[in-house]
Design a protein around this ligand. Structure first.
Ligand code: HEM
Length: 223
């Protein structure tokens, strides 16, 4: 095939389909301190040295919930029929995040309103989803999978640093996470089978934007 991505990259997963290309592009956009396969230079503090605050982390959780709510609405509206495939995958996080925010409230913290990074990202994918399924699905993949990979590591580290190791619902899944991920990979591969090479490339090209928007939300925890 004409695929540039994936052919000889080191990867742990091999789904045998388009997801391998999506993953390969995503891994290269990590910095070297974030993931072994990362190719970007670290800017600012390497993430293991991040100093999150509770208020910042709450902003991150609120904005993450907003993005999950937005994706949920898009999948249920299904302007393109293939979106319906990605409902109820078990990777949804909005309900779990709602429980976590409730917990923080009980601890005496006030829950902030969504902030600019979450609002901007939500508006962006909402508009995109109406006319560009390949790009929307890129955001769906990167957002959903990022939170199960690096997101989980970050969650552990933050919990150890500022939450007395409290394990949030955000990082708990019903059932076997790797199986849930595998099911979604297969659906993504199935949907992408109907795409032309140009459409696939268009999807891959959107990865950088997903990193930018999700990175801005992630950085809220340092504010
Ligand atoms: C996978 C770390 C930010 C998207 C991973 C992996 C690590 C990691 C360690 C797993 C590599 C493996 O399979 O061995 C981090 C860290 C981040 C970060 C430390 C920030 C401090 C992001 C961002 C995005 C992203 C902003 C984009 C939204 C992904 C995707 C995967 C991944 C799509 C592949 C997951 C899979 O194959 O199941 N990341 N990451 N990551 N990350 Fe990140």
């Amino acid at each position: 095939t004409a695929s540039g991505a994936g052919a000889n990259s080191k990867k742990r997963y091999n789904s045998g389909g388009f997801v391998d290309e999506m993953r390969s592009v995503a891994m290269k956009l990590h910095t070297r301190d974030q993931a072994r396969e990362g190719e970007k230079e670290t800017q600012g503090k390497p993430w293991p040295k991040w100093e999150p605050t509770i208020d910042g982390y709450l902003k991150f959780l609120v904005d993450s919930k907003m993005v999950y709510d937005t994706i949920h609405t898009i999948l249920h509206k299904a302007d393109f029929p293939e979106y319906a495939e990605f409902r109820n995958t078990g990777l949804e996080r909005a309900e779990n995040l709602a429980k976590d925010l409730e917990w923080f409230k009980e601890q005496g913290h006030s829950i902030p309103e969504p902030s600019t990074p979450g609002i901007n990202y939500s508006l962006y994918i909402e508009e995109l989803s109406k006319e560009d399924p390949q790009s929307f699905i890129c955001h769906f993949y990167n957002t959903y999978f990022a939170h199960t990979a690096g997101g989980r590591m970050i969650g552990k580290k933050v919990a150890a640093k500022i939450l007395n190791n409290k394990e949030l619902e955000f990082y708990k899944w019903d059932g076997d996470l790797s199986q849930l991920l595998q099911n979604v990979r297969e659906k993504l591969n199935g949907v992408a089978e109907n795409w032309t090479r140009d459409e696939k490339n268009h999807c891959l090209e959107e990865t950088e934007k997903s990193f930018k928007f999700n990175g801005d939300i992630l950085h809220l925890m340092l504010t």
